[in-house]
Design a protein. Structure first.
Length: 246
C-alpha cells in the first residue's frame, strides 16, 4: 500500500449496487483511473466474489432487494478486515450513523460525482495498510506440519521428516503460506494470484500453475499423482493434507 500523497494504484474494488447503470458507470470510471473492479448486483453475488477473490475495498449500496447493504456490511466486518464505503440515496443522519456503527469506513450520499468517490477510495485505502501478500496468511511464529513436512513461515524454511531443509523461492514460499493457511478450501487461480502477488499480478497470468508444479515436485511423493496439492477441475487447487500449527 502506498503512503504519503501518492494515490494507491491497481486496487481491486468490489462495487455492489442493484442498479446496473450505476455499477457499470462506476466500474468503467474506476478502471479508467487505474483500478481493477468486480461488480455485484446483490449481496449473494458479493459474498461469492469475496469468497473467490482478494478484494482491497468494497463500495456498497445500502438499499438493495433481499439482504441489504447494512447486513452485508456487518457480515464483511465480522469475517474480514476490509475497508467499506457505503452508498445511499438517503441523506438522513441516522442512516449514516447506523452505517458507521456496523463497520463502514466512509459514507457517500447519492447522487454523487464519481471523482468524489475516487477521492474517498484513495483516502480510505491509505488509512488501511495491508501486510505483504501471502505473508499475512500465516500467523508469525507458528510452525506448521503437514504430511511429512515441517514449515516455518517466519524463517521461510521447509524441512522434511529427517530435518533436511528444502529451499523455497519467494513465489513458492508465498504460495505455500497461502495454501497451508486455507487447508481444504478450493482456491481458483485469480484468488491465488491476488493473495500471493496482490496488485502486481497481471491479467491472465498463469504463473500459479508453474509454481504449483514446482511445489509438487518438492512436496509430493509422486508429483504425477499429487496427494497434498490437488487439482479441482474447473475450480483451481486445494491443499488436501491435514495441517497442524504449533
Amino acid at each position: 500500500m502506498n503512503s504519503g500523497t501518492a494515490p494507491p494504484q491497481n486496487l481491486h474494488i468490489l462495487v455492489v449496487d442493484d442498479h446496473r447503470e450505476i455499477r457499470d458507470l462506476l466500474g468503467k470510471y474506476l478502471n479508467k483511473n487505474g483500478m481493477r473492479t468486480s461488480l455485484a448486483a446483490n449481496a449473494a453475488e458479493a459474498r461469492k466474489l469475496l469468497g473467490g477473490h482478494a478484494v482491497d475495498l468494497v463500495v456498497l449500496d445500502i438499499m438493495m432487494p433481499g439482504e441489504d447493504g447494512l447486513s452485508l456490511c456487518r457480515h464483511i466486518r465480522e469475517s474480514m478486515d476490509l475497508p467499506i464505503i457505503l452508498l445511499s440515496a438517503m441523506g438522513e443522519d441516522t442512516d449514516r450513523i447506523v452505517g458507521l456503527e456496523v463497520g463502514a469506513d466512509d459514507y457517500l450520499v447519492k447522487p454523487f460525482n464519481p471523482r468524489e468517490l475516487l477521492a474517498r477510495i484513495k483516502a480510505v485505502a491509505r488509512r488501511s495498510p495491508k501486510q505483504p501478500p501471502g505473508e499475512a496468511a500465516v500467523a508469525a511464529g507458528n510452525t506448521i506440519t503437514f504430511d511429512r513436512w515441517r514449515f516455518d513461515p517466519e524463517r521461510r524454511e521447509l524441512f522434511d521428516e529427517t530435518g533436511v531443509a528444502q529451499p523455497l523461492s519467494t513465489g513458492e514460499f508465498r504460495l505455500l503460506a497461502v495454501l497451508t493457511a486455507n487447508p481444504g478450501v478450493v482456491m481458483n487461480r485469480d484468488r491465488l494470484l491476488d493473495l500471493t502477488r496482490g496488485r502486481s499480478a497481471a491479467p491472465f497470468d498463469r504463473s500459479i500453475d508453474n509454481q504449483i508444479s514446482r511445489l509438487r515436485k518438492k512436496l509430493e511423493r509422486d508429483p504425477g499423482a499429487p496427494e497434498i496439492i490437488k487439482t479441482v477441475w474447473g475450480g483451481g487447487y486445494v491443499f488436501a493434507s491435514k495441517v497442524t500449527q504449533a
